[in-house]
Design a protein around this ligand. Structure first.
Ligand code: F0G
Length: 459
């Protein structure tokens, strides 16, 4: 038979209890957290969808790798296993471990960034943008038009607009663009994949102007699986082969291993350019550690190496992508507006359509995030004007392009009954949406304000 039910492709060996709270308790906890779920204690959360980053459940083999980790300061056995595992997928010449993705970004952009430089991407993730802007360079998003319309379905809404890229290069001058990036999948744009054709076309434009192409490769395996499912010519290729082809068009990559390497900490920087790699290693020694451990323990490198083998397993990816889609489809059937089609690692609720009467100045996404916690102990994150809003010279909010709430699904952590519970909670909040209030910010930090901002409901 061909089974219709796609089961979790694992058995559970270790369990971690989750703590139930009452609505009254949550009212108080949320108020004390300044209505910012980032400030809640994780123990006060029932289902935690704040991020899919570093929250994966590791396999028995990864935990065995933790015991096998070689903690030699230089040239550890675990480094060579890690290097081989990354090389198998990326075929890059230089592989530099870092403690997470943003450490790779910090090193890369400290070297290639600076005033007067421009970095195009389909959509920069917030830490990538921050690391670029920190050097006083500009981070530019050149997403295809359809990627900006949450309600429209398309297979590859994470693609870069290739024509815009070429026009951008002509306008800014190729000499001012040290590299071009593609984020796979496009996290800030809804976890939407980038097609192989788009990667190829972006590479052609980059080649024409002699600009290196880097992948922000956090979710490369999920992207590769979407290519297998959706792009003509790829259904009979293995996910590993597809990933290898994706990386074959790139000159380098930054990676947060906390996503598709199925670990709780880790990352790397990979590239082919010898001179750039030397500069990166020199800076790595100052900020992260010796080039064969780069801010990680030997055991962490073992876990990454094993995770990279497991993540390209197609039973795993089928379950992964299907469980996110299952959640998305149930919400769509109930009329809840989300970015369609569902992304690889998360569901993004479209707060503008969910709460059309709450203006961006009152942060509709934050309102939904708060209510999901109050209703069901579920923690999500606002990805809208709290995260990306800026102020003009008169202090008036320049809203983000979209007002979203991200519900990111940790890898291998929750089962289908958790997802069914989530569906119930979200639909209940949707039914009562007329009662939701807007929020105002009472404290904010100058950069990356969403992490620590405090709010109050608007009456
Ligand atoms: N690039 C992308 C596309 C990301 O999603 C992230 C992290 C990073 C870079 C930075 O990696 O956290 O290891 O330093 N995203 C997490 C998230 C935090 O919740 O989406 P990091």
């Amino acid at each position: 038979m061909t089974p219709k039910t796609i089961i979790e492709p694992f058995k559970i060996k270790v369990v971690e209890p989750i703590r139930f709270t009452t609505r009254d308790e949550r009212e108080k906890l949320l108020k004390d957290a300044g209505y910012n779920p980032f400030m809640l204690r994780a123990d006060d959360v029932l289902i935690d969808l704040l991020t899919d980053s570093g929250t994966s459940a590791m396999s028995a083999k990864q935990w065995a790798g933790i015991m096998e980790g070689d903690e030699s300061y230089a040239g550890s056995k675990s480094f060579y296993r890690f290097e081989a595992a990354v090389n198998k997928i990326t075929h890059m010449k230089h592989i530099i471990p870092t403690h997470q993705g943003r450490a790779a970004e910090k090193i890369l952009f400290s070297i290639v960034g600076g005033p007067g430089k421009y970095f195009p991407n389909n959509t920069h993730f917030d830490t990538t943008r921050a690391n670029i802007e920190f050097t006083r360079a500009e981070a530019n998003d050149l997403l295809v038009e359809i990627g900006k319309h949450p309600e429209k379905r398309a297979d590859f809404k994470g693609n870069m607009d290739v024509e815009k890229l070429e026009a951008f290069i002509k306008e800014k001058g190729a000499e001012n663009i040290p590299l071009c990036m593609l984020t796979v999948t496009n996290n800030s744009g809804g976890g939407q994949p980038v097609s192989m054709q788009n990667i190829r076309e972006v590479k052609e434009v980059c080649n024409k102007y002699n600009i290196p192409l880097f992948l922000d490769a956090c979710r490369f395996a999920e992207n590769a699986y979407f290519i297998k499912m959706r792009e003509p010519g790829y259904k009979d290729k293995s996910v590993l082969e597809i990933a290898q082809e994706m990386f074959s068009y790139a000159d380098g990559a930054t990676m947060s291993a906390k996503k598709d390497a199925l670990v709780n900490i880790g990352g790397f920087l990979a590239m082919n350019d010898e001179e750039l790699a030397m500069k990166c290693r020199n800076l790595l020694i100052v900020t992260e550690g010796f080039p064969t451990y780069g801010g990680l323990a030997g055991r962490d490198l073992e876990a990454v190496a094993q995770g990279l083998e497991e993540v390209v397993d197609e039973h795993y990816l089928q379950y992964r992508i299907r469980s996110v889609e299952y959640l998305g489809n149930k919400l769509v059937d109930a009329g809840v507006p989300i970015i369609e089609p569902p992304g690889g690692h998360a569901i993004y609720i479209d707060a503008k359509r969910f709460l059309p009467d709450i203006p961006p100045e009152q942060y509709p996404g934050q309102s939904i995030v708060c209510e999901l916690y109050l209703e069901g102990g579920v923690r999500g994150v606002e990805i809208g004007s709290v995260m990306f809003g800026k102020y003009d010279e008169n202090g008036k909010l320049i809203p983000a392009m979209m007002e979203l709430v991200r519900l990111a699904i940790p890898r291998r952590v929750y089962t289908q009954s958790h997802v069914d519970y989530l569906v119930e909670v979200i639909i209940e909040v949707f039914k009562n949406r007329d009662k939701l209030k807007g929020y105002k910010i009472t404290y904010e930090a100058p950069m990356l304000r969403h992490f620590t901002a405090r709010f109050e409901p608007v009456n």
